[in-house]
Design a protein around this ligand. Structure first.
Ligand code: NAD
Ligand code: UDP
Length: 338
């Protein structure tokens, strides 16, 4: 079994490459390194003791991508590559539509040409229409996205559904991630955002590491138990294992299926800060700031379908997420640059 991983040097991609290799499958990774370092996969190879061919290329370069498909016989593809910063996508919509959509079309063309018809896609809870009752099942309405980033996920889901419908024998899983956090327990790989982190957990770990002074909590007046936003955080190792389960499912099924990957449990920003302090014995100074535009009060998954169909559940606790996030940051205060 040989799997092509796009966006393989990134945060979720590198953790997934590790799980695929541990499963005994062969992995080939590509990435244009616009938001990651090849050091992540060097460490994955070191941790697993297995080779991991990596090709630095942009997915929009169809010639280069075609050469990779010519060189290896892939049994399946996991498509992580894409730009993912919500705020940046509002400021630079064409960058986001251009990169995320063209990359996907280019990948699908290469797959059709090579006769490879099995793909997992990194979608997101952001495709769900705001205001749906919680927890969100896969059949909740989608659309009404609040950013170009969200719309790219929504559109790519449609591109993949249509491509699968036009190519009998294709099998597609649209994986809607909730909020991945944490790191491999070794502390050798983890999340390494460039610049000021947009996401909560890397901001907290950088405050803990002394790289930032204080966390700003974006809004304390939401209609939630403590007034701060509630999200469904899941450990990145659980998420990576969800890809192994979904790929095993695709080996047995054709057509398109959608799966939520989340825990089903929401935690507030205040609860996250408290849990991080408790798990690691460090203090996280914070101040209350205004709401961040586009944020919704609460969102969490109904993961029942992933449990019953894929046999997958998120097993790691909030304490595991906090401990592993800090373990990675403490060992690598400047990320992969150290
Ligand atoms: P990441 O930025 O660490 O990884 C994405 C990788 O894609 C990066 O390494 C980047 O260099 C690469 N890339 C971007 N455009 C490319 C192109 N044109 N050609 C080749 N490589 C390209 O992000 P991540 O957190 O690992 O996310 C992986 C996927 O999961 C993304 O599609 C993201 O939108 C999705 N996702 C992430 C989250 C999250 O909270 N991290 C939540 C939901 C969905
Ligand atoms: N958040 C925050 N301060 C930060 C970063 C995030 O209070 O510096 C909050 C944010 O408003 C949201 C939650 O933490 O309620 C999770 O945000 P993140 O960006 O990590 O994920 P997403 O918005 O995609 O759910």
């Amino acid at each position: 079994m040989t799997v092509l991983v796009t966006g393989g040097t990134g945060y979720i991609g590198s953790h997934t490459c590790l799980e695929l290799l541990e499963k005994g499958w062969d992995v080939v990774a590509v990435d244009n390194l616009s938001n990651s370092s090849p050091e992540s996969l060097r460490r994955v190879s070191e941790l697993t003791g297995r080779p991991l061919p990596f090709f630095p290329l942009d997915l929009r370069d169809e010639t280069a991508l075609g050469q990779i498909f010519g060189r290896y016989a892939f049994d399946g593809v996991i498509h992580f590559a894409g730009l993912k910063a919500v705020g940046e996508s509002v400021a630079q919509p064409l960058e986001y539509y251009g990169n995320n959509l063209q990359s996907t079309v280019s990948l699908c063309r290469a797959m059709v040409r090579a006769g490879v018809g099995r793909v997992l896609f990194s979608s997101s809870a952001t495709v769900y229409a705001p205001g749906s009752p919680l927890p969100l099942g896969e059949d909740a309405p989608t659309g009404g996205c609040t950013s170009p980033y969200g719309w790219t996920k929504w559109m790519i889901e449609q591109i993949l559904r249509d491509t699968a419908a036009a190519n009998p024998g294709w099998s597609v899983a649209l994986l809607r991630y909730f909020n991945p956090v944490g790191a491999h327990p070794s502390g050798r790989i983890g999340e390494d955002p460039r610049g000021i982190p947009n996401n909560l957990m890397p901001y907290i770990t950088q405050v803990a590491a002394g790289r930032r002074e204080c966390l700003t909590i974006f809004g304390g007046d939401y209609d939630t138990p403590d007034g701060t936003c509630v999200r469904d955080y899941l450990h990145v190792v659980d998420l990576a294992r969800g890809h192994v389960a979904a790929m095993e499912y695709l080996l047995e099924h054709t057509g398109t299926e959608t799966f939520n990957l989340g825990t089903g449990r929401g935690y507030s920003v205040r609860e996250m800060v408290d849990a991080f302090e408790r798990a690691n014995g460090v203090r996280i100074p914070w101040r209350m700031g205004p709401r961040r535009p586009g944020d919704v009060a609460a969102i969490y998954a109904n993961p029942a379908k992933s449990r019953s169909v894929l046999g997958w559940t998120a097993e790691r606790t909030l304490e595991d997420m906090c401990r592993d996030s800090w373990n990675w940051q403490r060992q690598n205060p400047q990320g992969y640059e150290t």
